[in-house]
Write a protein that binds this ligand. Structure first.
Ligand code: IMP
Ligand code: MG
Length: 178
């Protein structure tokens, strides 16, 4: 892919750090859900790599589902938040864990948690690799690997620019363009 080197500025988090982070979030979720069961709802497309990593370390019974959401055009957030969801597994009375790559302003997750609440789950927990400190606080539990502002646009491990870079095993800071 010719654009790969072009937009990468620097390495921010290694795959090992992401894996360690996913394991520690999984420990907390395992304690919370214990012998109960949960539905893991992955936010596509960006939440997929983190969700796959996290699920390896979750020990409770689960069903999985997906929600499709997008608000970015290249590296600029647009006001049009497209979110589609039709529950394919029962949500009512179940613990739900919603998994995305990053919670930035929190608008996306705020909308998604409202959609999921309407299904009357037992609990909702949001998890992402990054949760920016200035985000909208959600009315549910939140678990992040890094609750910090990376001060730039991120690429890799689900995080994209124009749908590229999602496959990279590490997280990188993107070069400023223009
Ligand atoms: P929010 O609605 O502002 O919280 O934006 C969250 C959504 O925007 C997430 O689903 C991310 O996929 C995407 N996003 C936010 N920041 C970045 C970034 O730095 N790189 C890639 N995608 C991002
Ligand atoms: Mg996304």
């Amino acid at each position: 892919m010719g654009t790969e080197k072009k937009y990468i500025k620097s390495l921010l988090k290694t795959n090992e750090q992401i894996v360690e982070g996913a394991k520690s979030v999984a420990l907390k979720l395992n304690k919370k859900i214990k012998n109960d069961e949960a539905v893991i709802i992955t936010v596509l497309n960006g939440g997929l790599p983190y969700s796959m990593e996290l699920m390896k370390y979750l020990t409770f019974d689960m069903r999985i589902d997906f929600i499709v959401s997008s608000s970015y055009h290249l590296d600029k957030q647009t006001d049009v938040l497209k979110t589609k969801y039709e529950a394919k597994v029962p949500i009512k009375g179940k613990h739900v864990i919603i998994v995305d790559d990053i919670v930035d302003s929190g608008k996306t997750m705020n909308k998604i948690t409202k959609i999921i609440s309407a299904y009357d789950p037992k609990s909702i927990t949001v998890t992402a690799m990054y949760g920016k400190p200035k985000r909208i606080k959600l009315s549910c539990d939140e678990e992040y690997i890094w609750e910090e502002d990376p001060n730039g646009f991120l690429l890799g491990f689900g995080l994209d620019y124009d749908e590229y870079y999602r496959n990279l095993p590490n997280i990188y800071l993107m070069k400023k363009i223009k």
